[in-house]
Design a protein around this ligand. Structure first.
Ligand SMILES: Nc1ncnc2c1ncn2[C@@H]1O[C@H](COP(=O)(O)OP(=O)(O)O)[C@@H](O)[C@H]1O
Ligand SMILES: [Mg+2]
Length: 302
């Protein structure tokens, strides 16, 4: 098969692992920087890369950084229009990158999430802070990643001044109940094609409550309880994502899904758990395309 990876960093761990995993399984792997893809819209939509039309790709694996979400989604959509399978659809990528939309979709599917409010007008803050259970609260920019743009406000004045400043700067903000009992620990479950393939527990660095590996957290392999596994599977289904990193908090009232990442990194999860996640993603593409071929044969034979 011909498989394309959309990535800005050929040297990045995840990109390298996917390239190697594909090559090892006998596929031709191609690398495209999404910011250099030209999109042609006419009766035969195409992606032009380095002056040439990209042809005969069967699948793409997007590795889209937060700074180029919109641009990346446009390129994915173009490939979708060309009939190329993507491990993250453009819609799912956009939805998962917006924390509010992601939580809305989860809530709609009946999945428990931390109590959350969107702050539009700073004037309504007292009621909103009360609605999530009072202080302390977690304040999040809607588009944060790697824990940047997520902070803890211990008291009312801290919360209001921070939120007012964020809104004044034009940011959209959500406020969430602080799950204190999770004690800086969250669980990342990696899902491929609806199955949980690897799970790790991340512990925040001393003095921090954010358990992002980019913020110096440490991680260990762990397992999900049957209830957690069920919620994780329901979450990816609700967002329609084939390859995802689902983060959950272990709260007093049970597991809460915090977010679903559509372009999850491989380095942490592979090194901590020893699972060949890149290989599993390639295997999933093989299966998925085999199924599509069989279906199209059945369709044309009719
Ligand atoms: N409501 C919360 N209660 C307790 N800890 C939280 C809460 N929300 C986030 N955290 C911690 O902060 C980290 C970053 O938050 P997250 O929403 O995942 O933002 P990002 O997308 O930037 O990673 C989480 O991994 C978790 O450790
Ligand atoms: Mg996160």
């Amino acid at each position: 098969m011909n498989i394309g990876i959309l990535s800005r960093g050929p040297q990045l761990y995840s990109t390298q692992q996917l390239l190697k995993a594909g090559q090892m399984r006998g596929h031709r792997m191609f690398l495209y920087d999404p910011t250099f893809c030209q999109l042609r819209l006419d009766e035969r939509p195409a992606v032009i890369y380095e002056g040439e039309e990209v042809q005969s790709l069967q699948a793409i694996i997007p590795r889209i950084g937060a700074s180029i979400t919109e641009q990346g989604a446009s390129v994915i959509q173009q490939f979708e229009m060309m009939g190329v399978y993507s491990t993250a659809s453009s819609g799912a990528l956009l939805q998962s990158r917006d924390k509010l939309r992601c939580l809305q979709r989860l809530t709609q599917a009946g999945i428990p999430v931390p109590r959350t409010v969107l702050v539009n007008q700073p004037e309504s803050l007292p009621e909103l802070l009360y609605a999530v259970g009072g202080m302390p609260v977690v304040i999040k920019l809607l588009q944060s990643t790697h824990g940047i743009g997520v902070l803890l406000a211990e008291n009312y004045h801290q919360a209001t001044s921070t939120i007012e400043a964020m809104i004044r700067l034009g940011s959209r903000v959500i406020v969430q109940e602080f799950i204190r009992e999770s004690a800086g620990v969250d669980v990342r479950a990696f899902v491929v094609a609806g199955e949980v393939v690897a799970v790790m527990c991340r512990q925040a660095a001393n003095g921090d409550f954010r358990s992002n590996l980019h913020r110096g957290a440490t991680a260990t392999p762990t397992r999900l309880s049957p209830l957690e596994e069920d919620l994780v599977k329901k979450s990816v289904k609700a967002l329609g994502i084939d390859v995802a990193g689902v983060d959950l908090l272990r709260s007093r009232r049970g597991p809460l899904i915090m977010e679903v990442n559509a372009s999850p990194g491989l380095e942490g999860i592979e090194t901590i758990t020893g699972v060949d996640v890149a290989g599993k993603i390639i295997q999933h593409i093989e299966k998925r395309l085999r199924k599509a071929r069989v279906l199209s044969q059945v369709f044309t034979e009719k």
